[in-house]
Design a protein around this ligand. Structure first.
Ligand SMILES: CC(C)(COP(=O)(O)OP(=O)(O)OC[C@H]1O[C@@H](n2cnc3c(N)ncnc32)[C@H](O)[C@@H]1OP(=O)(O)O)[C@@H](O)C(=O)NCCC(=O)NCCS
Length: 209
């Protein structure tokens, strides 16, 4: 039998999807507080606002023993006027940054979901240090602004690079292998491949393969 300590476990797969279950929405709110209040100190007590009532929340879920485990990434999208969409509150848990391209995948799901809902313009206020990341993903800078006392760029996505997604609640399962991340489109039964994936990365005594 393979035994894992949770803190030595390297997650082999992540669900990237629209939040639906209560634990997904609560996990996204908790992650936002950890990142924007506790870590970045952009907000004092909480980062919730009136947009939350109308926004669609997207999440990245780690997996453990085949099943969705924690919310480790989130972003929200909303449409203040027909066809105009905004993305905001992009956050990845510190322990999961740069390990599985979760930020990039959340951006992909955000813009593709909006595109599938009739978006003609997708904008975001992007923290200055993240501008190169968005530029790499076919976003362009429209303006520079100060928000909450921090420098941001107003950026716009090139929608032609984001094919429409009609069913964001299904999303996809992103598998992390030795050759880098691979994406398997849902259906969910792909999750049953996780034991095989684990075997690629771990020996039965718990050491790394
Ligand atoms: C911005 C953020 C969401 C990115 O999430 P992530 O999962 O780490 O992003 P990804 O792994 O998809 O991509 C990050 C890219 O930037 C690079 N990068 C990220 N942090 C870096 C750092 N400190 N130094 C150098 N490169 C860095 C990564 O190497 C990667 O590039 P690559 O694909 O060429 O390897 C995450 O850092 C975060 O939550 N930051 C705090 C909150 C925040 O800034 N939110 C965004 C508001 S606009």
């Amino acid at each position: 039998m393979i035994r894992f300590e949770h803190d030595q476990f390297r997650c082999p797969g992540y669900f990237i999807k629209a939040a639906a279950a209560p634990f997904e929405k609560a996990g996204a709110a908790a992650l936002r507080k950890r990142v924007f209040v506790d870590e970045q100190k952009i907000f004092k007590d909480h980062d919730s606002d009136t947009i939350d009532a109308v926004a669609t929340t997207l999440v990245a879920l780690s997996t453990y023993a085949h099943e969705p485990d924690e919310v480790v990434g989130t972003v929200r999208i909303h449409e203040p006027e027909p066809g105009l969409w905004w993305g905001s509150r992009l956050a990845v848990d510190r322990r999961f940054r740069t390990v599985a391209r979760l930020g990039q995948q959340l951006i992909q799901l955000a813009v593709s979901t909006a595109n599938g809902r009739g978006c003609h313009t997708f904008l975001a206020h992007v923290q200055a240090q993240n501008v190169p990341l968005f530029q790499k993903l076919a976003w362009s800078v429209e303006d520079e602004v100060d928000l909450h006392g921090f420098p941001h760029a107003l950026m716009r996505a090139d929608l032609s690079r984001y094919p429409p997604i009609a069913d964001p609640e299904s999303g996809w399962l992103s598998l992390v292998g030795g050759e880098g991340a691979a994406r398997a489109s849902v259906p969910r039964p792909v999750c049953h491949d996780v034991p095989a994936l684990l075997a690629q990365h771990w020996h039965v005594d718990g050491s790394r393969a």
